[in-house]
Design a protein around this ligand. Structure first.
Ligand code: ARG
Length: 464
């Protein structure tokens, strides 16, 4: 007897080139545990509906439990000539318990089975990615705490913009990763529908109580339409998008630190433990892990766009093209997981050079503060902008900065400048003058640090 699930219909053995091409077992074996979980619940549902005898249901349950135990104890055992993990589990079951095992697939299709498996898998695995994100966010929060009231320049167009607290900078990356955490939760919520009961496409002919089955498998709801559900992979696309966007965020964090740890910036030092040397140039200390994170973002974006291209124009109902979903999910998940870990390892060990960032946070970055000073004295902002523009042009020509001007020199540009101008135009005064809760004002950043710690504690409880 052939090992194929559909051998009754055919009288020739499959051509290896065609069959092997369609085999998904080498990668969908990652769904092993979920496949058994789904089958255990399905057998119970069939028994409840009177389709299986209590004895057969018990044999199936014991058989599946033994298969799960063996596969968990010995992962390499989950392999063989089978087309996919569903065929493997069924073959093992029939080998163990015979005839009763052949009744498990009653009223069920692999189309809904692969969907339920993938949904169960994501429910198990998304919290793991979220936990890694929280670990990285914690690293950023720790760096924000360690930075104290240190100052650095912020950039727009990669040109110095305004002084900010180093803590504010670290929290800016945490904010993006917090959204990623939420986006992963949204993808998990999208997967939280039971597809079983859909049959191959039209629904099953056995009166299975899908609400009870959903509850037993921990799903909040049952899908609404069997035709839609047999090929709905929106939850996969959402997960791939969440992973791709998170990788985009990691790539930006990586790029910042590739720059900030370079000789040109010198804002932070890379730890030896997370840097690499050059085989030829003895002076080099390269940020390879950060470069790889930046590079791997391309791979995660590829998983998303590639899968959307696979889905595009698929006719209604299951099509084998959908088998492509799993490698995209596993690839995106693996890429994000290792990239988060590597990023956390590097960022946890970078050390700030506060004298360098402080020096870079002064000078012409204070131009907006000078303009704001004049506005405070009643000059319209456009007029103030003009006065300060003239000052900047003059100071550049002289190779000087605002901080070097005497009060008399200030007054030469505008008699609105008072004695307090020298202490008002500093990087410290600049951050202290911000007034909104999302700003870099020290009090606002202190509150944001507290809010982030509270969020971390809350998020860890939510996912536990
Ligand atoms: N290995 C298949 C997949 O990944 C399982 C579903 C197969 N269904 C089918 N009708 N051939 O999609």
């Amino acid at each position: 007897m052939s090992s194929h699930l559909w051998s009754g219909r055919f009288d020739a053995a499959p051509d290896p080139a065609a069959f092997d091409f369609g085999v998904s077992f080498p990668f969908d074996r990652r769904l092993f545990e979920d496949d058994v979980t789904g089958s255990l619940a399905w057998a119970q549902a069939l028994a409840d509906a009177g389709v299986l005898t209590a004895e057969d249901a018990a044999r199936i349950r014991d058989g599946l439990a033994a298969i799960l135990a063996q596969g968990s104890a010995e992962p390499a055992w989950v392999s063989g000539p089978d087309e996919d993990v569903h065929a493997f589990v069924e073959r093992q079951l029939v080998d163990r318990i015979g005839e009763a095992g052949r009744r498990l697939h009653t009223g069920r299709s692999r189309n809904e089975q692969v969907s339920v498996d993938l949904r169960l898998y994501l429910r198990r695995r998304i919290p793991r990615l979220q936990e890694k994100l929280r670990a990285l966010i914690t690293v950023l929060a720790d760096q924000a705490d360690a930075a104290g009231d240190a100052l650095m320049p912020s950039y727009t167009h990669l040109r110095r913009a305004m002084p900010v607290l180093v803590a504010h900078y670290f929290l800016s990356h945490a904010a993006a990763l917090q959204r990623d955490h939420d986006r992963l939760a949204a993808a998990a919520a999208e997967a939280d529908f039971l597809p079983l009961g859909s049959g191959a496409i039209a629904g099953t002919g056995y009166a299975v109580d899908t609400a009870t089955l959903a509850a037993r498998l921990g799903f909040s709801r049952v899908v609404a339409n069997s035709m839609d559900s047999s090929s709905d992979r929106d939850f996969v696309s959402s997960l791939l998008h969440a992973c791709a966007l998170s990788m985009v965020h990691l790539s930006r964090l990586a790029e910042d630190f590739i720059l900030f740890t370079s000789e040109e910036f010198g804002f932070f030092d890379l730890a030896d433990a997370t840097a690499t040397g050059s085989s030829m140039m003895p002076q080099k200390k390269n940020p390879d892990p950060l470069e790889l994170v930046r590079g791997k973002a391309g791979r995660a974006i590829g998983h998303l766009t590639g899968f959307l291209a696979t889905m595009k124009s698929l006719p209604t109902g299951y099509n084998k093209d959908l088998q492509e979903d799993k490698e995209a999910v596993f690839g995106a998940e693996d890429t994000l997981a290792v990239s988060i870990d590597a990023t956390a390892a590097v960022i946890a060990r970078v050390t700030l050079r506060p004298e360098v960032t402080r020096a870079a946070a002064g000078g012409f970055l204070l131009a907006t503060d000078v303009a704001d000073y004049l506005v405070g004295r009643g000059l319209p902002f456009r007029g103030a902008h003009e006065v300060v523009g003239r000052m900047v042009r003059h100071l550049i020509a002289e190779g000087r900065h605002f901080e070097s001007l005497s009060v008399t020199e200030w007054r030469a540009f505008s008699d609105l400048f008072g004695d307090d101008v020298r202490e008002r135009v500093t990087a410290e005064a600049s951050v202290g003058a911000r007034r909104t809760p999302q700003s870099t004002a020290p009090a606002a950043v202190a509150a944001a640090r507290g809010a982030l710690r509270a969020w971390l504690a809350e998020a860890a409880r939510g996912r536990a």
